[in-house]
Design a binder for this molecule. Sequence first.
Ligand code: SF4
Length: 391
Amino acid sequence: MSLLLPPSVGVYVHVPWCRSKCDYCAFVSQPLCDRITKTPRPIVDEVMYHSVALLERRLEFLGRPAVTTVYIGGGTPTALGPRRLDQFLGAIRGLMGEGVEWSVEANPRSLAPETIAVCRKHGVTRISLGVQSFQPRILQSLGRESASNLARVLENLKRAVERTRSAGRPLGWSLDLMTGVLDMSLLEAVDDAERAVALAPDHISLYDLSVEAGTALARRLGPRGARRFADRATEVSAAARRILMAGGYHRYEISAYCRPGGECLHNRGYWRMQPFVGAGPSAVSSLSRRDGSIVRFSDPPGVEEFLAMRDPWGTREHVSVSRAAFERVMLGLRTDEGTTLSALPPAVVDGWLARGFADIQDEDRVVMTEAGWEQLDPCLRELSSAWDEPP
Ligand code: SF4
């Protein structure tokens, strides 16, 4: 395949189960309950075993590169329960060295103190908690389970974090918040953002709701979808963003905010288009070729198809040199690192500078301003039309 053997990689493992399916969710995830109890050897164990085995084989094929970051996402990894999570994290731990940033996604409904203890036992350094909203009404409108235990979970998590502060490798945590949700009021958005800041996580991800085709929410909203709420969504999202930034959070990517030292290195790696190896239903691996193009490998999204995989790398997509260059620029512009001036058509940069959408930093980096990030989609369309070879 003429792949460049990378000296280091990020690792992603997809756990395709949750306690229940949220109405807006377009991720590969299934409700867990009957999968655990109704089969002789639960398919859950088969998939986790197969994911770890594939990961090991892929790392072996690449000449055992150093693993720099690990991200266990989904789905909801903590929904596996402490016993299964213990086995699973133990197996993954065997594939990496020490000093690695290791994130695990969690849901308040399944983040018991024993689960946090299992994460710590294996050296997890970040817990990413999907709160989405503190408002029961909003969670209900999203078809998402309300966590009546949320206050207790947050208390336990903060206590566990405090206990690790004096240790060499403190546990960090991130909170996911969703804004611009349908008819969410300004007051509700402000309240969510203020509560998030008051909890002082190291990192906050703030996403706008996206109504994806094929989800229960898209069916419920019908053909006009979320468009009828769009104006209000823009206003409430902007209010939430202002509160995070006034609370001392640095916006280092269009949806990601951190306090000093709290950024997610794994996601930085994605945005810099560094190589990574994924495993699990729907997981993607991305590797460079000698000619500068990229190959992306995807595992099948269906659990049965994943288990029946013959090819150790799944389906592949070749990303041409030109397309890879365009994607690198596009991803850079979503972050506070921006992109190099020489990578952009001069007329496009001039237009952005004139409208206050971008700044030049350190003489040769183009970084979008807050106003530019608000207009990122039209800016990227301009860039795409001006790109030398159509991306
Ligand atoms: S918890 Fe997350 S992954 Fe699971 S169904 Fe809800 S949105 Fe999807």
